[in-house]
Design a protein around this ligand. Structure first.
Ligand code: GTA
Length: 153
């Protein structure tokens, strides 16, 4: 069956500024990669839960939990590596938006995991985007954006 993901603009809105190659190489990686980025995870979601959900789309090669670089604890994202591109595409199609631990998770194509990418890049150790959060979040005490606002009050 023809891939539904031929249109590059539909592959991912995210661009990793630390990708070491050209835009063309980045686009090619996104079109062929079997690696997915999963965002908006609860900090309490375990690797076993991720495995249980994502193995519905196909056989998983590896899961890498995203960690806060200071505390070394999960900080709301992970990478799922499949063996097959078709399975990765199915996961984007059918699992993105699924509620896991009360949160709608985001499944995104990724250019490929490399050592170091598991760490949050935010100044506080977690993910960059959590530092900009101003909304209420059920992980309120953990996702630091809102936490910072509360501290200021
Ligand atoms: N495939 O959507 C994604 C994705 N995200 C969000 C993170 N990763 C992703 N991979 C895919 N799709 O390996 C990966 C990263 C890294 C790991 C942790 O997860 O490649 P991070 O979330 O801590 O940092 O990454 P990242 O991704 O480098 O940050 P982001 O969100 O792109 O922000 C980049 C810059 O934009 C920052 O310097 C910040 O100044 C600015 N920024 C981000 N959010 C806001 C905001 N809400 N308002 C204003 N500025 C913002």
């Amino acid at each position: 069956m023809a891939s539904l993901f031929k249109d590059l603009s539909k592959l991912s809105a995210y661009r990793d500024r630390r990708f070491p190659g050209t835009q063309e190489e980045y686009d090619h990686a996104l079109q062929t990669s079997t690696t997915l980025y999963i965002g908006n995870l609860s900090f309490y979601t375990t690797e076993e839960q991720v495995y249980e959900l994502f193995s519905r789309a196909g056989e998983i090669k590896k899961i890498i939990m995203g960690l806060d670089k200071n505390t070394k604890t999960p900080c709301g994202f992970c990478f799922v590596l499949y063996y097959s591109r078709d399975d990765a595409e199915d996961a984007v199609k059918y699992i993105s938006g699924t509620i896991l631990d009360d949160r709608p998770i985001r499944v995104d194509f990724d250019w490929g995991f490399e050592e170091g990418r598991q760490w949050g890049r935010g100044r506080s150790g977690g993910q960059v985007r959590d530092e900009y959060r101003t909304d209420y979040d059920p992980d309120i005490l953990l996702r630091c954006g809102y936490g910072k606002l509360v501290q200021k009050e």
